[in-house]
Design a protein around this ligand. Structure first.
Ligand SMILES: [Zn+2]
Length: 354
């Protein structure tokens, strides 16, 4: 499965922008896709849409959809993940009033092979490993959609396996509940990119902010001269220069989630082959050879390395474009989130015929 390269380079536009700076990012989106942003804002005043995000774990689903909302209209666009939804449902079950409201809702909306009683039992007694019946997930999604009134929605985590994709027949029914267009958003990210995102991930033990020593450093870098190791220092002023740490197991990269990634891949292939539902294809990487004609230099993810200067006792930061092999072994660059979101905005506007 190879997605087409989306050209974000515009002839004659040569302004170099720093995409980590929110102000410059705003200028960037205006330059690259201002027309579509305006059309989408007008559209969202009266209508909405529901987009199902499909991509491998750690492919950036949350990042892209949240940035889309931030750029287009945070008031009229929302994002929710099935994982969070199930955790919230678990909490609701502990509060009698909320539990009652939930059961009332399910009595009206739930349809499935198990009785509602059995389903509620499954919900209360399950451990974290057991999956909830798809029919229940569908009913819960309806509830989330209802809570969010007329907002456009990005849903992360449904469908989650091949069995659930057969429920795509129900998608019209789900949407019928709101009468809005539905879209599949498929995200193609090389596994090597996911691997490095996990391997170099660093977390602040106080505020839980997640960054990356190689790909997304903080503004201050520390050096441990005994271990000859560089580390990130949390930017959050409340954390008072706390040293960010690795999470257990992260050093193994994608190894522990290999099966999950394979399942996600099969799911995307199946979704890709479905007829009758519009698809948006997002691509994270661009082969080196294609880069010059399709993207601007500053749209490519840099990698950072560090040197310690014994004399000045300072850490020197070295930045260069990050080269990574895609799943076919082709040397590529990985795009920063904003150019992927430009492609998302343009394609969503296209699918909605704006
Ligand atoms: Zn922190």
């Amino acid at each position: 499965m190879r997605f087409p390269i989306f050209k974000t380079k515009i002839e004659g536009v040569t302004q170099k922008l720093n995409l980590t700076d929110p102000k410059e990012r705003k200028i960037y989106f205006g330059l690259k896709t201002g027309t579509e942003i305006k059309k989408l804002r007008d559209y969202l005043k009266k209508s909405s849409f529901i987009a199902y995000l499909l991509g491998k774990k750690n492919s950036g689903k949350g990042t892209y959809s949240k940035m889309f909302a931030e750029v287009v209209d945070p008031e009229r666009i929302d994002h929710f993940s099935i994982g969070d939804m199930v955790r919230e449902t678990d909490l609701d079950f502990k509060i009698p009033e909320k539990k009652k409201e939930l059961i009332n809702f399910l009595e009206k909306q739930y349809r499935g092979l198990l009785s509602l009683k059995e389903v509620i039992f499954a919900l209360e007694r399950r451990n974290t490993k057991t999956l909830l019946p798809t029919e229940l997930i569908l009913a819960l999604i309806k509830r989330e959609i209802a809570k969010r009134k007329k907002k456009a929605l990005f849903i992360d985590g449904f469908p989650r396996d091949l069995d659930q994709i057969n429920f795509s027949l129900f998608f019209r029914d789900l949407i019928g509940y709101r009468d809005d267009p539905d879209i599949f958003i498929l995200i193609d990210v090389p596994e090597k990119v996911i691997d490095e995102r996990i391997k170099w991930r660093r977390i602040c033990p106080l505020c839980q902010t997640s960054r990356n020593l190689k790909l997304l450093p903080t503004s201050k870098i520390g050096y441990n001269s005994n271990k000859k190791e560089f580390y990130l220092i949390c930017d959050n002023p409340n954390c008072r220069e706390t040293r960010m740490v690795t999470k257990e197991g992260d050093a193994r990269g994608i190894e522990p989630i290999r099966e999950r990634l394979e399942r996600d891949e099969k799911l995307m292939e199946r979704a890709f082959s479905l007829y009758g539902i519009p698809k948006v294809l997002l691509r994270n990487s661009v082969p080196l050879k294609e880069t010059e004609k399709s993207v601007d230099d500053y749209e490519v993810t840099p990698e950072y390395s560090y040197e310690f200067d014994e004399k000045t006792k300072r850490v020197k930061i070295i930045e260069k474009p990050w080269q990574v092999l895609d799943d076919e072994g082709i040397p590529s660059y990985s795009l920063l989130p904003p150019p992927v979101v430009v492609s998302l905005i343009k394609q969503v506007a296209g699918v909605l015929n704006l």
